[in-house]
Ligand binder design. Structure first.
Ligand code: PLP
Length: 409
């Protein structure tokens, strides 16, 4: 399918009606190439047949089970599949490879479970987090979220106080400074939480080797390292787990967004040696009625299966590399732009352009491309298409983006 055609539309506030692969249609039946893909959650695109089949099948069998009391067999299979996926990507010693998980419904749920795990395991409530971080907006994750003061300000009085923010290492110099600040804090806290590539802050990776160093320093002090891979995980950033691909060994990994193939589900995964902190004789202390409900566990299983059989992780890496190169090629003459990313998690900084991210986003919508914007000033165009998107659609987009920015310059 070629670039989109918009029959006389002037899209501003569109309402979405249906999706098909990498395309989405609004209620006026205009087609858009979907480079946002449900804020990065549609790893397989819209209406993937295997996801739809899993959903249909499960809807005729069992809609709800009983959490951990009497779980669905689908939930058990998913936890096993996730444990296997993580364990085979790890380099940990054999005895530490047995992975356990807690399921939730959102990325914020997964972060909540991880932060609680760290408290139970270490007995310490202090946390180190990063400037510009985004971990979700329910109270636990919000306390370790720094992006946009407006997210926190009205609720500051109810947020956990024991959080130390250190600068996110966008370059080597900051990385050095950050490690120097972290070192004395490690003696005081139970957890350090980080996004391997900051997504909502505008797609910022850290210098090579930084996460490895951070995780090993944390481990040396008995501090639980939590990798928030809600966005980067499951191939989005070109690897099953971005932290493991960067040679780091976090204690806990949080997944969300793409896990359910479009249905809400998330997971906090970690070795049995740490997750054992949850085991107790009395009543369970963390649960939620719909966590790991059968429809989402089935679509998650289907998603993992397609990612593996269609080799979408390596495809994301390769297609992402070409896309980044094409964007750099198209935009290199345009002052004030910068292209960042890994796999199919791409940010185009359009800071110097009129209207910045949102203005560019609107102009692109008028040309038939659905995008989102991020960064503190919404100055970054965020591109997170389906991992199976046709590369031709990405090439056409790179050309269109140059044309749009040239017009706005
Ligand atoms: C890195 C990261 N962590 C956590 C979350 C929160 O996920 P959710 O919106 O599903 O609660 C997000 C959402 O964008 C995210 O990007």
């Amino acid at each position: 399918m070629g670039p989109p055609r918009l029959p006389g539309a002037t899209p501003s506030g569109i309402v979405l009606a249906r999706g098909e692969g990498a395309n989405v249609y609004c209620t006026d039946d205009n087609r858009y190439v979907d480079l946002a893909a449900g804020f990065g959650s549609l790893l397989l695109g819209h209406q993937h047949p295997q996801v739809v089949e899993a959903l249909t099948r499960q809807s005729q069998m069992l809609l709800q089970a009983l959490g951990d009391v009497y779980p669905s067999e689908s939930k058990v299979r998913l936890l096993e599949a996730l444990a296997e996926t993580l364990s085979s990507a790890q380099k940990r010693s054999k005895e530490d490879r047995r992975m356990l998980g807690i399921l939730g419904q959102s990325g914020a749920d997964a972060l909540t479970a991880a932060l609680k795990t760290a408290v139970l395991h270490t007995g310490k409530s202090g946390v180190i987090a990063f400037s510009g971080s985004y971990h979700g907006l329910s109270y636990g994750p919000l306390a370790v979220t720094d992006l946009r003061p407006s997210y926190r300000a009205p609720f500051a009085g109810q947020l956990a106080q024991n959080v130390h923010f250190v600068p996110f290492p966008r370059d080597h110099e900051t990385a050095e400074r950050c490690l120097a600040l972290v070192e004395p804090l490690l003696a005081q806290v139970g957890a350090v939480v980080f996004e391997p590539i900051q997504g909502r802050a505008g797609v910022w990776p850290a210098p090579a080797g930084f996460w490895k160093e951070l995780c090993s320093r944390a481990r040396a002090q008995g501090v639980v390292s939590i990798a928030d891979e809600v966005w980067t995980g499951l191939g989005r950033a070109g690897a099953w787990f971005a932290t493991l691909a960067a040679d780091a060994e976090p204690d806990l990994i949080c997944l969300g967004k793409g896990l359910g193939g479009g249905l809400p589900i998330s997971a906090c995964l970690g070795p049995a040696s740490i997750m054992a902190a949850w085991s107790r004789k009395e009543e369970v202390v963390h649960t939620s009625t719909f966590a790991g409900a059968p429809l989402a566990t089935e679509t998650a299983l289907a998603t993992l299966d397609v990612l593996r059989t269609d080799q979408l992780i390596v495809r994301s890496h390769n297609v992402g590399e070409s896309f980044l190169a094409e964007l750099r090629e198209q935009l290199h003459m345009l002052k004030g732009t910068a292209v960042r990313g890994q796999g199919l998690m791409v940010g185009v900084d359009v800071g110097d352009f009129r209207g910045q991210g949102r203005g560019v986003q609107k102009a692109l919508l008028e040309r038939g491309y659905l995008t989102t914007s991020g960064g503190g000033e919404r100055n970054v165009l965020v591109l997170t298409p389906a991992l199976n998107i046709e590369p031709e659609l990405l090439s056409s987009f790179a050309t269109t983006l140059r044309e749009v920015l040239q017009k706005m310059a």
